[in-house]
Design a protein around this ligand. Structure first.
Ligand code: XMP
Length: 512
């Protein structure tokens, strides 16, 4: 396995994704990780990430010496290359020839990183993002590629198997970057690509059995991919020692609650408690208009209801959660300052403390796309695995202002039409999230000979890779025309449709 030391780069997770795509397991740890922890992890290769920091700063972060003493291959990327040079006797300085974005390197010497990829003398496109640069390489190193802004664009010490690149092979803008990383893990480090989802599944099942023994596990199902995959995996491991609890908030989309019940109870035969709590949720939400207040009420009620149902089961020792790797990685930040709360996302956070249960988190090591692959391995239908994300507070945050059963009904109908058209047009998988928002605004319209005074419906569709940033989706105009027409004709209560063309930032994906 590979150890990735994070120095706070925005794209460290991409390094991990690329390494795992080669079939080799890796973990991200902060650069400040202890020598003991490194020894315990026993990596077969180490990658040092980039960083917003500058090696020339007084308190610049550096790699633990242990990394260079292990005798395993090390690859430094950008800042990782610079700190490696600095620490091993080379030199780095600020440069007025900064390189940001697309750049070209010239391969000046053969190197194991370039095997089967780049020939000596060729010019290759890469992605750079650096102000500082290496100005002298440590003893034992040689230069293998240069660029206009970086005379040491790639360096190698073949004996010690230490390598450094000034560019970022992990981003897609370095077209052959993924293969360069594969050369490092397979070629240089000699690691086999045997970390597959089939192998992961077997290991995970063994781990769950070892942790749980004959204990009882409860799992909250939300209808989303993560909790579903976790539940099916755990059920494969321990069968009916698992009970799932599905709290139906009455805030899901049309038909969704039934789908969850059918899939888990009837198809997988997983013991499932379906608690229809919509009256409770809608009652407590009556008259509430503030988005944060809505989230608090929903989050709090969810915990109450879940707690109540789990007590009815009795004797549960473990709580299963679909926690993913990005939630687990200890983040390294040099920007400082507390971050502002934009939205207080409710998931099942808060449950474990209150319930005094031990956590079973079989997906802790996986990225989202790996969870999907595992879901496929477990036989979950593609329609389920490929679903767009859906927020915990559900349709409540897609009805700005007060939530009423009538508004929910209108929104469900309109949302169904919208998603149906997206699927028919074959666009569903190209979109990260698409949904309708029912606005608390009425406008005048004319239908037939009559005047109407009905709600405005906003359509939203975005592309994104992680939900952190997003771009609005450019639908063909005919598509928008068709959806608008269908909704106004078919959904009573809506007489006007608008399309949201705001990216994130400055907008957020949801309207509340
Ligand atoms: P925003 O609206 O913050 O959304 O740009 C980013 C992603 O998070 C989802 N989202 C939520 N998920 N509880 C959730 O579980 C919430 O309160 C919540 N608010 C937003 C949103 O759907 C998008 O995928």
């Amino acid at each position: 396995r590979v150890l990735i030391l994070d120095f706070g780069s925005q794209v460290t997770q991409l390094i991990a994704r690329r390494v795992r795509e080669t079939g080799v397991y890796c973990e991200i740890h902060p650069f400040s990780v202890s020598a003991e922890a490194i020894a315990a992890y026993a990596p077969k290769a180490v990658i040092l990430s980039g960083s917003p920091a500058s090696v020339t700063d007084e308190n610049a972060p550096s790699a633990p010496q242990a990394v260079f003493d292990l005798g395993v291959p090390v690859l430094g990327i950008c800042y990782g290359q610079q700190t490696m040079c600095q620490q091993l006797g080379g030199n780095v300085s600020g440069s007025d020839h900064r390189e940001f974005g697309r750049a070209f390197i010239e391969i000046t010497s053969s190197c194991a990183l370039f095997d089967g990829l780049w020939a000596v003398g060729s010019r290759e496109q890469v992605w750079m993002s650096h102000g500082d640069r290496v100005t002298a390489i440590p003893p034992g190193f040689r230069v293998v590629a240069v660029s206009d802004g970086a005379p040491f664009a790639a360096i190698a010490d073949d004996d010690r198997r230490l390598y450094g690149v000034q560019f970022h092979p992990e981003v897609v803008h370095t077209p052959h970057g993924a293969q360069l990383l594969a050369n490092f893990v397979h070629g240089v480090a000699g690691l086999k690509g045997d970390w597959t989802m089939a192998a992961f599944k077997q290991q995970a099942i063994a781990k769950i059995r070892a942790q749980v023994g004959s204990g009882k596990v409860i799992c909250g199902l939300s209808g989303g991919v993560d909790s579903s995959v976790a539940a099916v995996l755990i059920h494969e491991a321990i069968g009916d020692q698992l009970t799932c609890i599905f709290v139906d908030t009455g805030l899901m989309r049309a038909g969704e609650a039934d789908e969850v019940v059918t899939l888990f109870r009837d198809h997988y035969n997983i013991p499932l408690i379906h608690r229809n709590a919509s009256d409770l949720f809608l009652g407590k939400l009556a008259g509430v208009t503030d988005p944060e207040q809505k989230r608090k009420i929903i989050g709090g009620l969810f915990i109450d209801v879940f707690d109540e149902e789990s007590h009815k089961i009795g004797g549960a020792e473990f709580l299963a959660q679909g926690t993913l790797y990005p939630d687990v990685i200890e983040s390294v930040s040099f920007t400082g300052g507390p971050s502002v709360t934009i939205k207080s996302h409710h998931n099942v956070g808060g449950l474990p403390d209150r319930m005094k249960l031990k956590l079973v988190e079989p997906l802790r090591e996986l990225f989202k796309d790996e969870v999907r692959a595992l879901g496929r391995e477990l036989g979950l239908p593609q329609s389920f695995i490929g679903r767009h994300p859906f927020p915990g507070p559900g349709l409540a945050i897609r009805i700005p202002g007060e939530i009423t059963p009538e508004k929910l009904d209108i929104l469900r109908k309109a949302d169904t039409v919208y998603l149906e058209e997206i699927r028919n047009a074959g666009l569903y998988d190209a979109i990260w999230q698409a949904f309708a928002v029912l606005l608390p605004v009425r406008t005048v319209g004319v239908m037939g000979d009559g005047r109407t005074y009905d709600h405005v419906l906003a359509l939203r569709a975005v592309t994104s890779t992680d939900g952190m940033t997003a771009d609005w989706y450019h639908f063909p105009h005919e598509f928008l025309a068709r959806v608008s027409n269908r909704i106004v004709n078919e959904v009573r209560g809506v007489n006007r449709v608008v399309y949201d063309i705001t990216s994130k930032p400055p907008g957020t994906i949801e309207w509340e």
